[in-house]
Ligand binder design. Structure first.
Ligand SMILES: [Zn+2]
Length: 286
C-alpha cells in the first residue's frame, strides 16, 4: 500500500519533499542475477545490466540521487563511463530526474518510447507540475522493439496509461547457468489528478491504454518481477534473502500476479467511478 500512497502523493505540489526519505535514502547496491544489479535508492529503482561490451542502465531517479547511483555502480566494481545505453521507464521526475546529469558522466545514448521522449527532451513531467533537467534522447523504440548491447538484449513493452509512453522492460538473465525471464513494470498507478474520461481527459485514449497495458502485462509470465518502485516487488525481503546467500531470492512469480491484480482492481474501480460502463471489457469491446 505504501507505494500507492507515495504515487498518489506525487500528484500533489511539493510531494517529493513531503514524502521524503524513501526516495532519497541510500540503499546498498546488490546483485539480482548474473549480470544484473540494483543501483537505485531505498525506494526508487535503477537497474544496471553489465556486459563485456559495456553496460546498460534503466532509470536514474531524482536528480539529487545521481551521486548515490554513481557511488553504487562504483561500489559494485563497475565504471559509470562504461555505460553505453540508458533506458527510461517513464517521464516522471522520480524516475528520469537524474538522466541528464548521469549522461554527463556516461555519455550514454538514451533510449525510450517516443511518447515519453517528448517530455524528457523538455524536462517535463506528464500530468504533474514541476520538472527536471531535460535529457537528449538518441533513439526511440516502439512496442516489442529490442535494445541490444553485447549479450544484453532487452525488449520494450509499451504499457501506456500512467504516462502516454510508459515502458516496461523485459528480457532474460542467468543465475548460476540457468535462464530466467524478467519484467520491470513501468507503473499502472492511476494518479489522483488524472481524468480518464469526460470532455477533458488527461490524454485521449488513456482509459483504454490502462486496460490494454494491464492485459498485456497479464499475458507475460516472468520469473523475476522488477519495477520502478522497489516496494512493489518486495525488495526488502528479497534483498535480505539474497544477501543471506539465496542466489534465486528474486525468482518468484506470486508478487507479479498480486501487483497486477491490485492494479486491475484499481483501474476498474476508477473506470466505474468515472462512469465507464462495463469497465475495461466495455472499453476493449470484450
Ligand atoms: Zn510515475
Amino acid at each position: 500500500m505504501r507505494c500507492l500512497v507515495v504515487i498518489l502523493l506525487a500528484a500533489l505540489p511539493g510531494a517529493a519533499m513531503a514524502q521524503g526519505s524513501d526516495w532519497t535514502n541510500p540503499r546498498e547496491p546488490f546483485q539480482i542475477a548474473d549480470d544484473l544489479y540494483y543501483v537505485g535508492t531505498e525506494g526508487l529503482a535503477a537497474f544496471l545490466f553489465t556486459s563485456d561490451q559495456g553496460h546498460l542502465l534503466i532509470d536514474v531517479p531524482l536528480q539529487e540521487n545521481v551521486p548515490q547511483v554513481l557511488a553504487s555502480i562504483r561500489a559494485l566494481g563497475f565504471d559509470p563511463a562504461d555505460i553505453r545505453i540508458q533506458l527510461a521507464s517513464h517521464a516522471h521526475f522520480d524516475h528520469v530526474g537524474g538522466l541528464a546529469d548521469m549522461q554527463q558522466v556516461t555519455g550514454a545514448d538514451l533510449v525510450m518510447s517516443a511518447a515519453d521522449a517528448a517530455f524528457v527532451r523538455q524536462g517535463r513531467n506528464f500530468g504533474l507540475n514541476g520538472g527536471y533537467p531535460a535529457a537528449d534522447v538518441a533513439r526511440t523504440v516502439g512496442h516489442l522493439e529490442t535494445v541490444r548491447l553485447g549479450d544484453i538484449e532487452l525488449t520494450a513493452h509499451l504499457t501506456p496509461g500512467h504516462t502516454p509512453g510508459c515502458t516496461s522492460w523485459g528480457g532474460r538473465v542467468e543465475i548460476e547457468g540457468r535462464p530466467y525471464d524478467f519484467v520491470s513494470i513501468c507503473s499502472l498507478s492511476v494518479l489522483g489528478n488524472y481524468q480518464l474520461g469526460g470532455d477533458d481527459p488527461t490524454y485521449a485514449g488513456q482509459a483504454r491504454d490502462y486496460c490494454t497495458s494491464v492485459a498485456h502485462l497479464e499475458s507475460l509470465e516472468p520469473d523475476i518481477f522488477l519495477a520502478a518502485h522497489g516496494s512493489w516487488f518486495g525488495i526488502d525481503d528479497k534483498m535480505a534473502r539474497r544477501s543471506a546467500g539465496d542466489a534465486r531470492a528474486f525468482v518468484e512469480r506470486g508478487m507479479y500476479r498480486d501487483y497486477l491484480e491490485r492494479a486491475r482492481a484499481s483501474i476498474e474501480g476508477r473506470l466505474e467511478r468515472e462512469g465507464f460502463a462495463g469497465g475495461c471489457a466495455g472499453l476493449m469491446g470484450g
